[in-house]
Design a protein around this ligand. Structure first.
Ligand code: XMP
Length: 516
């Protein structure tokens, strides 16, 4: 797919910066991919990108082993935008100077555009806020460049050589803290590189459908459905591409949220008319989990059994050649790292599916070029309902890790009903989807209460709701007291066996989002 459409290559000098840049470029409807900084000029020529963006990075250009780039790349006539570290490297590589400094510049800075003819700043305010995060900076721009913008502490905050189509900024246009940053990127992509905003959801789907058809031919494909976003979008996309050649296997371990299993069947069998095998394996999973209290042991049992059930079904079908998998672009980048030795590691990522001895399928991974937000957009475009496309993260082992201690059908029933109330009420209140994840937890204790004239000795429910950007860190959500009161009342009135509700006010760290 990448080679056939105009592509911007983001040269990666430090992982998390590059991903954000690639995502921003795609928000401008231009396809972009991340490449390691040791890419050679010959490889760049082979891939024929429409433009290059050199990312920022954590290193100082003077640090030992600081990443460098093949300088032959500057001579290829391809437009290049250098950002932060990428700008400093461009300056040094082309004969400018980056003096060592002791004073860095971190956070907001006031930018003044000094060359209003610079394409990056076309039509933008002369004075504006930008986001800086650097120690060293360019002292003297290379010959041929003009200084396009300054800040009080950074004399060369942007530089440009329009004749060679080389541009660079010391600040980060890709972050939200640079309010006009996206406009600057658009100027680079559309005006400097002459790109058109053609990377749209419709194009992404058309490309993916063509690619699936070319790869699969008239062979049969099997796909594991979990009800999660990725596997659902894979299934919908494959169905669009190859219709009845696709069979989906939904391994229902019974540990999903209330009605979730039925929803998967309704959407895929009744709405999309996918050939769906619904394996109701609740008894099997609950039997294996009986008496198991250790969280990792639960995870292990569920993970292993899931694939066992899946392959029992998969190998029963005749003539299946391909297995579809919801690998996303960040999975590929993360398992590959940023060195060109990446290929070996990407292979090990493919082996994550534990094929049983003697079983082998070729893989189809139609989402492997997409970020999560693009996967959601593709899902919506394909007609998947919002409940699936905007489903909050949900652990593979399901409610088994939200029932503390041993899992039983009785506990599962209590938790499913309490959790449904929590989701219903928070969803009704959180219309902008600001809370990252919210759910109920059933701890392994009972407490005394009084209901009517009777003393009770029943279970508590804990409500967990967190704000987060990526689940690495999280803060407990400041839900209004009225909402907490409403959920507490409803849970106690509507769920038998519960006499107390608590709200978890622990952030991550020190807590985790889940309780197990
Ligand atoms: P923690 O509890 O580690 O969770 O703060 C971070 C995110 O990961 C999800 N999570 C899991 N997802 N299998 C999964 O697929 C698991 O075993 C698992 N455990 C936690 C959790 O819901 C949160 O979004």
């Amino acid at each position: 797919m990448a080679e056939s459409i105009p592509t911007v290559l983001v040269v990666d000098f430090g992982a998390q910066y590059a991903q954000l840049i690639a995502r921003r470029v795609r928000e401008c409807h231009v396809f972009s991919e991340i490449v390691p900084c040791d890419i050679t000029a010959a490889e760049v020529v082979r891939r024929a990108p429409a433009a290059l963006i050199l990312s920022g990075g954590p290193a100082s250009v003077y640090a030992e082993g600081a990443p460098k780039m093949d300088t032959g790349i500057y001579d290829l006539g391809i437009p290049i935008l250098g950002l932060c570290y990428g700008m400093q490297l461009m300056a040094i590589d082309l004969g400018g100077a980056v003096p060592k400094t002791d004073v860095g510049e971190y956070g907001f800075a006031q930018l003044t555009v000094t060359d209003e003819s610079c394409a990056l700043f076309d039509g933008l305010a002369v004075d504006q806020q930008v986001w800086m995060s650097h120690r060293d900076s360019v002292g003297t721009a290379p010959v041929g460049f003009t200084v396009a913008a300054t800040t009080p502490t950074t004399p060369v905050a942007a530089m440009a050589d329009p004749a060679r189509r080389l541009y660079a900024t010391q600040f980060h246009p890709e972050v939200a803290h640079t309010p006009a940053g996206l406009d600057m990127l658009k100027h680079f992509l559309y005006d400097v590189a002459g790109l058109a905003p053609t990377w749209t959801m419709v194009n992404i789907i058309d490309e993916a459908v063509d690619e699936i058809r070319a790869k699969v031919g008239d062979a049969k494909v099997i796909c594991g459905l979990s009800g999660g976003v990725d596997s659902s979008v894979v299934a919908a996309l494959l169905h669009r591409a190859i219709g009845d050649q696709l069979t989906c296997v939904f391994v229902d371990h019974g540990l999903l949220r209330l009605d979730e299993g039925a929803d998967v069947v309704r959407v895929f069998r009744d709405q999309f008319h996918v050939d769906l095998i619904h394996v109701n394996a609740e008894d099997r999973f609950l039997g294996l989990l009986d008496g198991v209290t250790d969280p990792e042991a639960k995870r292990h049992i569920i993970g292993e059994e899931f694939w066992k059930v899946f392959f029992e079904e998969a190998t029963r079908l005749e003539g299946v050649r391909f297995l579809a998998q919801g690998t996303l672009y960040p999975d590929i980048i993360e398992s590959g790292g940023r060195s060109s030795k990446a290929t070996a590691k990407i292979k090990s990522h493919h082996n994550l599916i534990p094929f049983p001895a003697g079983v082998h399928f070729e893989l189809v991974e139609p989402l492997r070029n997409l970020f999560k937000d693009e996967v959601r957009a593709v899902g919506s475009e394909l007609g998947l309902p919002d409940e699936i496309v905007h489903r909050q993260p949900f652990p593979g082992p399901g409610l088994a890790v939200r029932i503390i201690g041993a899992v039983s059908r009785e506990k599962l029933d209590i938790l499913q009903r309490a959790d449904a109330i929590v989701r219903e009420e928070i969803c009704r209140w959180d219309t902008d989807r600001e809370v990252w994840q919210y759910f109920a937890v059933l701890p392994d204790i009972r407490s005394v209460g009084v209901m009517g004239d009777e003393r009770t000795y029943a279970r508590p429910i804990i409500i967990r709701a967190v704000a987060s950007a990526d689940a690495m860190t999280a803060d407990w959500a400041r839900l209004p007291h009225e909402l907490l009161a409403l959920m507490s009342n409803r849970i106690i009135n509507e769920v038998d066996g519960v006499n107390r509700v608590a709200y978890d006010i622990t952030s991550k760290p020190p807590g985790t989002i889940e309780w197990e």
